[in-house]
Design a binder for this molecule. Structure first.
Ligand SMILES: [Zn+2]
Length: 468
């Protein structure tokens, strides 16, 4: 009897231990299934960074087996990008979709075609007490950043959009576009309303910077950094121009430094803006260099997010530009030999007495900056035919010559001319996610689904209104 009693006791003890460990495990998994919460959210947008552009950059920079840091993120999705009025989106409609959860027409900045103002994810983050920032290599008032903090019927409303972005109280604004922050007649200023927003910013306690060195020493909780009167220079051109512009990674590091101590967290949008511009110009070497700059910035953000544990990082593109594809006969040696952007080459062309670019100047520029020594007459004539056009359009011709020599797979100049977006395509784009809530981003998504998922993960009030 005593022996049986002991066995019974032992069995009871074992059962209790077993059950309590099961209970512990159950409570552990219950804790694990609680909705993931992100204190900070960082949204990185490679403007025009389609799958082909990304593969091209990977092949050149890392080799086929290499991965950019964001390509190691645990979650990825394919994102459709169409606009309300067009199967092919521009940056305005795409950024509106990403920032507000609503489709709108091309050209519109976070408003519906009927003028309805669409609340943005950045505004919702501000309401929730979070600090906010926009970091770009384009003008800060260009379509992508604009859609996060401004509302306007046309993307060309630069003066209004710049004013709205500043008035919105965004804590960190870094990029180009100084012309719309100064009154006409002062420095690079173009504002017609007489506002000197750079002075207003300084009076409100913002650290104001216009060079890389000034940015490095900028201190405080708010920074306005405008490093070019217009969009910032292409990465490849900066050494030749001797500019004092910070890289996207430099600006991103400063944004993190300013925002990371915020008690209630922050929302930061970082855009590699000029991947798109290089792509429009058919400039494969530029796409690679701009993607490199973007990937370095994302790398810094990834390191921060890994250490912080409560930061969601999303990396995506707003649309594909020019349908870049990595063709079989692609000439990687020529690609690596191209030293500057086509636009920079265009600016180096000299005109003859007839007012047209001189053939010998065209040949010299192609040899000096792209290593092309055997330019054909038809190629010279194509560039020469653009003699009276704006430099960026001359750049398109230079880029088209180089793209053809590279055997680059892109939208042809003829098709580009028929395209109101200047060569965007309706191809879907990649999205990568890391951190709390990253698993919400998977499968095939639409760009209107991103904002809602961010809000859910950040546990903030934000309801993309019913209907698109
Ligand atoms: Zn574009």
């Amino acid at each position: 009897m005593r022996k049986r009693g002991l066995v019974r006791l032992l069995v009871t003890v074992m059962l209790v231990v077993l059950l309590s460990s099961v209970a512990l495990a159950a409570s552990g998994s219950a804790a694990g299934s609680e909705p993931a919460r992100a204190k900070n959210v960082i949204l990185c947008i490679g403007d025009g960074m389609g799958f082909g552009a990304l593969q091209l950059a990977r092949n050149v920079l890392l080799g086929p087996e290499g991965k950019f840091a964001f390509e190691t993120f645990p979650n990825a999705a394919i994102v459709t990008t169409y606009a309300l009025d067009n199967l092919v989106t521009d940056s305005a409609a795409a950024a509106t979709a990403i920032a507000t959860g609503h489709k709108t027409n091309n050209g519109m900045i976070s408003v519906l075609p009927d003028g309805t103002v669409l609340p943005t994810i950045l505004e919702a983050m501000q309401k929730a007490g979070k600090a906010t920032g926009l970091v770009v290599t384009n003008t800060i008032y260009d379509a992508t950043p604009a859609a996060f903090g401004a509302h306007w019927g046309t993307r060309g409303g630069s003066e209004e959009i710049a004013g709205q972005l500043f008035d919105a109280g965004i804590d960190v604004l870094l990029g180009g576009g100084r012309d719309q922050f100064l009154p006409s007649g002062k420095g690079d200023g173009k504002r017609k309303d007489g506002r000197d927003i750079m002075a207003e910013a300084a009076a409100k306690g913002y650290a104001v910077a216009t060079t890389k060195d000034e940015l490095a020493v900028a201190k405080g909780a708010r920074v306005l950094g405008l490093f070019h009167k217009s969009y910032m220079n292409y990465q490849k051109d900066r050494a030749y121009l001797g500019t004092a512009e910070p890289s996207l990674a430099d600006m991103t590091a400063k944004a993190l430094e300013v925002l990371k101590g915020t008690k209630d967290g922050f929302f930061l949008m970082v855009e590699g803006s000029r991947i798109d511009h290089a792509a429009h110009a058919g400039d494969a070497a530029g796409v690679v260099a701009e993607t490199d700059d973007f990937a370095r910035a994302v790398g810094l953000l990834y390191e921060f997010a890994k250490a912080s544990g409560d930061t969601l990082v999303i990396v995506t593109a707003d649309h594909d530009t020019m349908g870049f594809s990595v063709t079989e006969p692609l000439d990687y040696d020529l690609l690596r030999a191209i030293k500057v952007s086509p636009e920079f080459m265009a600016l180096k062309l000299e005109k003859g007495a007839d007012g047209k670019f001189a053939p010998e100047s065209i040949r010299k520029v192609f040899e000096e900056f792209a290593g092309v020594k055997d330019l054909r007459d038809d190629e010279v004539q194509l560039v020469q035919s653009m003699s009276s056009e704006a430099s960026y359009k001359v750049g398109y011709a230079v880029g088209a010559v180089l793209a053809a020599r590279l055997n680059m797979g892109i939208v042809s100049p003829q098709v580009q001319l028929k395209s109101p977006t200047g060569g965007h395509t309706g191809n879907p784009v990649p999205l990568y996610a890391f951190g709390p809530g990253a698993d919400k981003f998977s499968g095939t998504m639409d760009n209107t689904q991103i904002a809602g998922k961010i809000a859910e993960t950040a546990a903030i009030g934000f309801a993309p209104a019913a209907g698109r």
